[in-house]
Structure formats: structure tokens, C-alpha cells
Design a protein around this ligand. Structure first.
Ligand code: BGC
Length: 265
């Protein structure tokens, strides 16, 4: 189990799906957690309650990641509560799918504004806040940022051009920021989840035929759970990963291994 004792970590989109799993895990690993949410206030408060019931510390943190001022306010809320911010999990994201030639500009912007602009605004704010605070005693990195991207950071996905473009962009944004921040002992990494059983893809895993088809893309033979991703995020935030920066850890049961080539090609 990663040791995040006394750190303060903001998880954007912490009220559901992968973000919820990450928030719960970080709470168990000793972090004081800011459960970021935009519209899911009650769900965020429920995640806070569950962290506290498990002996952890958390607060719900409102804010739209696509809005510059609200991002700044969200960090302010975490700082008011815990006096510092040591880590950020840039997780908030959404899909708005449409056939490529039919995708409206609104659908394109909707996804890009949250999944890519939001990643930029949150990471930039984290870099600024890390700079302005003293190093946490006994800890090696000055701050750590983990992007939750997707296998579609690498795998093209027709019908989801906005999402794939945003995730690909987020991957390069992470690496670029990592390049510049390393000398200041700030680490940035990404986890790239495959098909994790969350509300974002419920329509697929809830349908027997679609689920069977999806499983054909996963050589490991099962859908992922939020906890599969959360364990990796927690490790990347921790000192255990002190020499790891600018990398992406795929958490996908082998989805990115081109399983279509098994017995083919
Ligand atoms: C998407 C899911 C999808 C998975 C694998 C994720 O990033 O959000 O809807 O099932 O990638 O394609």
C-alpha cells in the first residue's frame, strides 16, 4: 500500500467512476482528499462520508475544471482546509460520441473543454501552487500530478474523435509539462485505463452482446475495476515512484496489445 500520510491531494471528478475509486483509495492510503465535483454534490459528499467512515480525511471540492476561476477556487478550498496541496489527480472527463462526419462542433468543444482544457488548467494551477509552498517534511518530490487518460491516448477510436483527440493531447501535455517541471522536483505521469466498469461505459457492459464483443478486446479476460486504476494512481503519487516522471502506465488488461493480431496478421 502506498504511503501518502498527511499529503493533501485533489481528485477532479472524484464523485463517480474512476475518480470515486481513486478518492477512496487515497483516503485509505493516508492522504487528505479533496473530492472534486462539478454537478454531483451529493455523490461527492457521499464519497467524503465513506472516506471518513474508513478512518480517512476528506472534503468535497466544487468546481468546473473547464473554468479558469473555478479551478483556482477549487485549489483555494483545498488549501483553506489542509494548508497545502501535494498532489493532483487530473481525472474529470466525459464522452460525447457521434459518427465522425456528424459530430457537431458543440460535441467536439464539450469534450475538449473538459478532457483537455480542464487537464491544462488543473495541471497549471497545481504547478503554481506547488511552487508557492515549502517542501513537506521527509518527502522527496515537491509535488506530483497524475493524469487519468485512456488507452485512447494511443488507440484511434472512430465515433469518438473528440475523446481520442483530447486524450492524445492530454498525454503529450503531461509529457511536456513533466519535461519542464522535473528540475523543480515535480513529477507528472499518466495512467491510461482501458475498459473500466464505470458509468461512462455502462451502456456497453450492461448489454450482454456488447459486453461479449468488448471482452474480445481484452486479452486478460475481464473488465477493469476502478480499484485497478486507483492502486496505480496512488503508487504514482507516492515516494515509491520518486524516479518516475513523464510516463504513462496503461491499466487495460492488455487492450493496447493489439489483441486482433492473436492468430492473425
Ligand atoms: C472509455 C470507455 C471505453 C474504454 C475502452 C475509455 O477511455 O471511456 O468508454 O470502454 O476507453 O475503449
Amino acid at each position: 500500500m502506498a504511503d501518502l500520510q498527511d499529503s493533501a491531494v485533489l481528485v477532479t471528478g472524484g464523485s463517480s467512476g474512476i475518480g470515486e475509486g481513486v478518492a477512496l483509495r487515497l483516503g485509505r492510503d493516508g492522504a487528505r482528499v479533496g473530492v472534486g465535483y462539478h454537478s454531483g454534490k451529493e455523490r461527492a459528499e457521499d464519497v467524503v462520508r465513506r472516506i471518513e467512515e474508513a478512518g480517512g480525511t476528506a472534503i468535497a471540492v466544487p468546481g468546473n475544471v473547464a473554468d479558469e476561476d473555478e479551478v483556482s477556487d477549487a485549489f483555494g478550498t483545498l488549501l483553506d482546509a489542509y494548508g497545502r496541496v501535494d498532489g493532483v489527480v487530473v481525472n474529470a472527463g466525459l464522452q460525447a460520441d457521434a459518427p465522425d462526419a456528424e459530430m457537431s462542433y458543440e460535441e467536439w468543444r464539450k469534450v475538449l473543454s473538459v478532457d483537455l482544457d480542464g487537464a491544462f488548467l488543473c495541471a497549471r494551477e497545481a504547478l503554481r501552487r506547488f511552487e508557492g509552498q515549502s517542501r513537506r517534511g521527509g518527502v522527496r518530490a515537491h509535488g506530483s500530478i497524475v493524469f487519468v487518460t485512456s488507452v485512447h491516448q494511443f488507440i484511434p477510436w472512430t465515433g469518438h474523435a473528440n475523446y481520442a483527440a483530447a486524450k492524445g493531447g492530454a498525454g503529450m501535455l503531461m509529457r511536456t509539462l513533466a519535461q519542464g517541471a522535473a528540475e523543480r522536483k515535480i513529477r507528472l505521469n499518466a495512467v491510461a485505463p482501458g475498459a473500466i466498469k464505470t458509468p461512462i461505459n455502462e451502456e456497453v457492459w450492461n448489454d450482454e452482446d456488447k459486453r461479449r464483443q468488448l471482452l474480445e478486446l481484452i486479452p486478460y479476460g475481464r473488465l477493469g475495476e476502478a480499484e485497478d486504476v486507483a492502486a496505480c494512481v496512488s503508487w504514482l503519487l507516492s515516494d515509491e515512484a520518486d524516479y518516475v516522471t513523464g510516463t504513462t502506465l496503461t491499466v487495460d488488461g492488455g487492450m493496447a496489445l493489439y489483441p486482433g493480431f492473436i492468430g492473425n496478421g
